[in-house]
Write a protein that binds this ligand. Sequence first.
Ligand SMILES: [Mg+2]
Length: 260
Amino acid sequence: MLSAIVFDLDGVVYLGAQGIPGVASEIERLQRTVRVLFLTNNATKSRADYARHLAKFGIMARPDDVMTASFGCASYILENYGRGKRVYVVGEQGLRDELEGEAMAEIMEDGAEFVVCGLDRQVTYGKLDAALRNLNAGATFILANSDPTIPREFGVSPGSGAIAASLICASGRQPDVVIGKPSVYLIKKLLQMHGIKAREAVFVGDRLDIDIRMANKAGMKSVLVLTGVAKKGDAKRAPKKDKPWKIIKSAAEIGNALGI
Ligand SMILES: [Mg+2]
């Protein structure tokens, strides 16, 4: 029985500002028969931001249908430590919004119990300095995702992992937890929130060592699309843990591949 299809976003649903042809209409069709969910390592936007963002591509989604690393950081703190914790953030507004909303975190400069690091396109020496002070004082180090780069229309730009690398270098500490894929934290949380069993769900992604690895580890069926990072030959060469269950050209073909 198939209960849900979970889509990665960049490289699967869209490439930067460009929707991948046929995917929005395929999702609309699938939404009549199965639960359609979305999961991204991005931590710069909140789930509500993503619901609005997807609407621009003609995709209807509620904030609860979207799992992001920003929400994941907040829910991780809430589940393991409780609400109202003192947090220092290297990251953007969407991450702050989820931390303050979901975990009721108090965002502060000094005396933080947690340093949460995500992609921050306005990162400064002062922010890294404040993060380091808190880490050196013993704050728990939470990393949204370890992606070294983010895809751009032309090439790549530094990602959350690259910013964290400077904190790892300066503090001599590794993150206490990494929330994003290939960790299974986000997908487990999303399926749990919707009451869906992993074996009844399919994950559709474009990266073998991130998306497919996570899906296989979580016990889901993994489908690789060739509209993003991975090419067909990469899947052949991949180790067993990164081998997809199916390979399709584009997410526009997912219903056909699953017989729905
Ligand atoms: Mg992707």
